[in-house]
Design a protein around this ligand. Sequence first.
Ligand SMILES: Nc1ncnc2c1ncn2[C@@H]1O[C@H](COP(=O)(O)OP(=O)(O)O)[C@@H](O)[C@H]1O
Ligand SMILES: [Mg+2]
Length: 286
Amino acid sequence: MNSLPTYGANAAPPAIEVRGLLKRYGPAIVHEDLDFEVRHGEVISLVGGSGAGKTTLVRQILGLESPTAGTIRVLGQDLSKLSERDARLIRARSGMLFQRGALFSAMSVFDNIAQPIRELGHVPPDLLHDLVMLKIEMVGLSTRHAQKMPAALSGGMIKRVGIARAIALEPELLFLDEPTAGLDPQASEEFVELIAGLRRALDLTVVMVTHDLDTMTSLSTRVAVLADRKVIVNAPLEQVACVDHPFIQEYFLGARGRRALQALPAHRRAQLPEAAMEPVPADIAR
Ligand SMILES: Nc1ncnc2c1ncn2[C@@H]1O[C@H](COP(=O)(O)OP(=O)(O)O)[C@@H](O)[C@H]1O
Ligand SMILES: [Mg+2]
């Protein structure tokens, strides 16, 4: 039997398609029977407890880590069947902002952003200069910061430079691992606006690991929950909140979760479970 998935005549294959994923480290099983799908143009928030396997899933989709079993297709291509060269090409179509070490601390802002472009091979200096300055502008920074070192930048600016580097090659897919962790609410909100703007400008598909409910509510088309080694649901936030699972109940129906859910527009709020509409204590800070 042919078990390849089929798509409607006009439907493009998903941007990302993970089927039957198994990931083991020695005796420890991180993912088992995991399915995950992302369509073009989506912004998926990936949530789950600490150690649930969010970063490991992203690293496998990026080809930085191999699955123990199962298939991962990115932009229509099965990662396990790619030549070294094609794997590099696929990676160049993805940008990534890692959780830690967003920048090389010994390199200037300019060199950090230039690095993925330089890796492609020789690019004339004038062109490289223009490409990097354009990226600095695209992430809302002034080009006068180009020669600064990361240590001289604020947390919010470092994230912006990290995004500039992630979009240096104008990727189709953008992966963000806890991008607003450690940012104050103001910087988080600005970051959300930046991502929303870049998504429109570059027609990006985004997968974002995040704990930040406000970021999730304002940006994502769907929320994927990683628990029990699987993606247990991947749906609009209001539908996720209806799923009867201990992690979901605790995370989305606790006070912070309820505050985020209650900020949804009325037509989405109408689909929430009753428990989500319970009043939020006034002292719950952002
Ligand atoms: N290279 C590795 N070797 C062994 N265990 C690992 C490795 N990477 C991750 N793990 C384990 O896999 C599990 C999931 O980790 P991770 O994907 O980082 O979780 P999350 O990002 O959801 O917090 C954890 O138990 C972690 O210890
Ligand atoms: Mg992680």
